[in-house]
Design a binder for this molecule. Sequence first.
Ligand code: BGC
Length: 416
Amino acid sequence: MRGFALSLWLACTAIGAQAQTLDVLHWWTSAGERRAVDQLVQQLDRRGIAWRDAAIPGGGGGGAMKVLNSRVLARDPPDAAQVIGRTLADWSDLGLVLPLDEVAQRNRWSQSLFPLVQRVITHRGRIVAAPLGVHRINTLFFNQRVWAQLKLGAPKTWGDVEQAAAALRRAGVAPFAWSDEPWQIATVFETLLLSEGGPALYGELAATQRWQAWQDPRVAKALERLRWLRRLNGETAIEQRWTASARQLFTGDAGMLIMGDWADGELVAWGAQAGRDYGCTPVPDTAGMHLYSIDTLAMLVGTRKREAEQERMAEVVVSPAAQLAYNQAKGSVPVRDDIDPTQLDDCARDSWQTLKRADSPLLPSIAHRMAADEATKDALADALHRFVKDPAVTPARAQERLVALIRSAARATPPP
Ligand code: BGC
């Protein structure tokens, strides 16, 4: 009898301890991204939440957002999803997102998150997502081993980049690793807008309401800079994904790469180490500035009652332990300003310290939904893709196209 009671108790405890499963839709499918997700899975598992993966491949999340839209329309939303920036604001206006004010209060988010992060997750006075990490887009990576062989210094100016490119070509190394996916071109281009335009103009461009700002001659200069950069490699077409271009940097087939610092996570996943195998530095003329994209998990309102678990998930992913583990793998930096920066690698430390300094210009990424909505950022990326692919399109014509796009988007969208 005592034996029976014991097994009954054990069975009940096992049921009681059974993890609650939450569906999570995202696009983190590369090696580094997967490692980062695994960190969250482990942290959540310890708190009784099982992560059921609904990953949709495709860098930048274009495919994932399409699948997410159709699941929401079919009234089958996942319990949580990577919904960021402008999309997050739009979705919370539609009542699709669970407010997280209580979790935020209980866990004193307002005292531990960077003010920028707090702003990004707040919409109409409510907390609408759990922040995961801050990516820095204006990052120039270079292969440290190749740099040592060729005795080059870290490329700080466009002049340094030009000299390095010449040395690399002489050594039979492609100066830059490129991916021609439209979102990749847009990612590089916005760093050039910041470089050529400075933070004040970039801020106006990103607001996307004052379309006249896009007529500024510095926008044409950024387009010229993009063409110049591309020509450093010669005229080869590069149809490959971002992971393949990061790989070229890793192997030393290419010397430099301009990319959001998720590439840092990728290089680490392949066994590389910042400072030993690769270096990173802000894109020329953007030192001290942070062109950011903040990853956030929104808890979606569905037919299944899951609020307690969704709130627990939010609490866990923002906790100091999850923040460090996840961001060290992802290449981004913790959303909290109370962590120990010596735990971050060289690239991440500079990013985190730039966020921490009170006077750093912090600029929202247009290519990654922080500033423009999904349709506008896609239209911009397509126009830039056409510019890059067709040498007959002059910078002046490409600029006209960008102005026209922003002008009609500004008419269609009321100010946020
Ligand atoms: C996301 C990152 C992701 C990157 C590449 C960005 O839009 O914010 O989390 O790693 O796309 O897929």
